[in-house]
Structure formats: C-alpha cells, structure tokens
Design a protein around this ligand. Structure first.
Ligand SMILES: [Zn+2]
Length: 211
C-alpha cells in the first residue's frame, strides 16, 4: 500500500493526507515534516529554511531515500510533497527499485487556479493558532478572532500575487511529473473541487480496490 499524493496549493492535500494515513494505518512521509526534523540537527538546512530558500534536490532526495530504508515504511506509506520534479521522480524510482518497493498509485488532486486563489487568499490567521476563511469559515466579527478577540491577519504566503506565483511554479514543475506517472499507468486523477468528504471517499475506494 504505497502511494504518492500530488496537488497544488489549496487542493486540500494536507487534509486528505491526514485522513488517508489514519484510515489505512500507513506512514505519512511528508517532506515538510522531514525538513522540520532535519532543521533541528542540521544547521545548513536550518539556514536555508530561515532564508526562505528551496532545499536543493540532492538533499531532499537523500532525505527521502534514507527514510525509505526504515522498517516502518514496509507496511505502506503515503509520500506527500515529494517528488516535486521529474528529476526527483526518477531518483525516487531508482531507490525504490533498490529497496524493492512498488508504488501502487499516484493521486493527483486537481483544482483550477482561480479556485485555489479563492481558497488560499481568503485565509486569515490569529496569533493564538486559530484560522478562518473570509468566505468559507468567516469569523463572527470581521478581522477579529472568535476565540481570543485577536486581530486576524493574512500570511504573506497567502497573498494573491504570491499564491499565483506558487501556482505557476507548481504547474511548471508538476506538468512533466504528471505526464511521467500517466505514462507509467500510475496516475489517478481526483476532482478536488468536490466536497472534501467525497474526495476522500474516492481516494479510499481506489486504495481499497488495491489501486
Ligand atoms: Zn485568536
């Protein structure tokens, strides 16, 4: 039960990943989590992350390779945030071969860019950790947190122009990756505009059927 989860920012990938690993008791291999972990022991990674720079391909690939050697992945895993580029996908294939691991499917959650922009740029957060959405989860009092009354703000990353840039980077990087998995017969397209429950049901069905 080994899967890869792809999706642009705003597709609800994080929510789905959490549900999938819970239901199917497989390991969540999130490169985001790996980076946060590596940051604690590796000052060079910490420096890159703090400067907002991308972690070089080689480091990411090695991180995932080492992770795949651990015993807990033998019962199945969900790769999330990796691979991001065609080069990474090919490197991944090499090390999967070495470890004798097979990928069962690659879920690609699809939403259009306008919907992604709507979902992300409407997010508002509070210092207490609460988060809202001006349209989908609006605070009772505009710009004020329901829980602590704090001022709600928009993350720099969530601003419309930044979101559009992130989406265009995703499109550019992921397009060859999608084609690659389509050609290998692993790609499973999921319509991410549907309700998140339906999205999860569809993904679950594929996994239950051994896809
Ligand atoms: Zn608050």
């Amino acid at each position: 039960m080994n899967y890869i989860l792809l999706g642009p920012p705003g597709a609800g990938k994080g929510t789905q990943a959490k549900k999938i690993v819970e239901k199917f008791k497989i390991v969540h291999l999130s490169t985001g989590d790996m980076f946060r972990e590596a940051k604690k022991s590796d000052p060079s990674i910490a420096a890159l992350m703090e400067a907002g720079k991308l972690i070089p391909d080689e480091i990411v690939v090695n991180m995932v390779k080492n992770r795949l050697k651990k015993d807990d992945v033998k019962n199945g895993f969900l790769l999330d945030g990796f691979p991001r580029t065609l080069k990474q996908a090919k490197e991944l294939d090499k090390s999967l071969k070495t470890e004798n691991i097979k990928i069962d499917g690659v879920f690609s959650i699809i939403i259009d860019n306008e919907e992604a922009v709507k979902r992300i740029s409407g997010r508002r957060v509070c210092k207490c950790g609460a988060s809202f959405h001006i349209k989908f989860v609006p605070p009772k009092d505009a710009d004020k947190c329901d829980y602590c009354g704090g001022q709600l703000t928009q993350r720099a990353d969530d601003k419309e122009e930044v979101v559009r840039e992130r989406l265009s980077v995703y499109d550019k990087q992921t397009k060859p990756l999608i084609d690659y998995y389509k050609n290998s017969g692993l790609l499973i397209d999921i319509d991410g505009l549907q309700n998140e429950k339906i999205v999860f049901e569809q993904i679950s069905k594929f996994i239950e059927n051994g896809r």
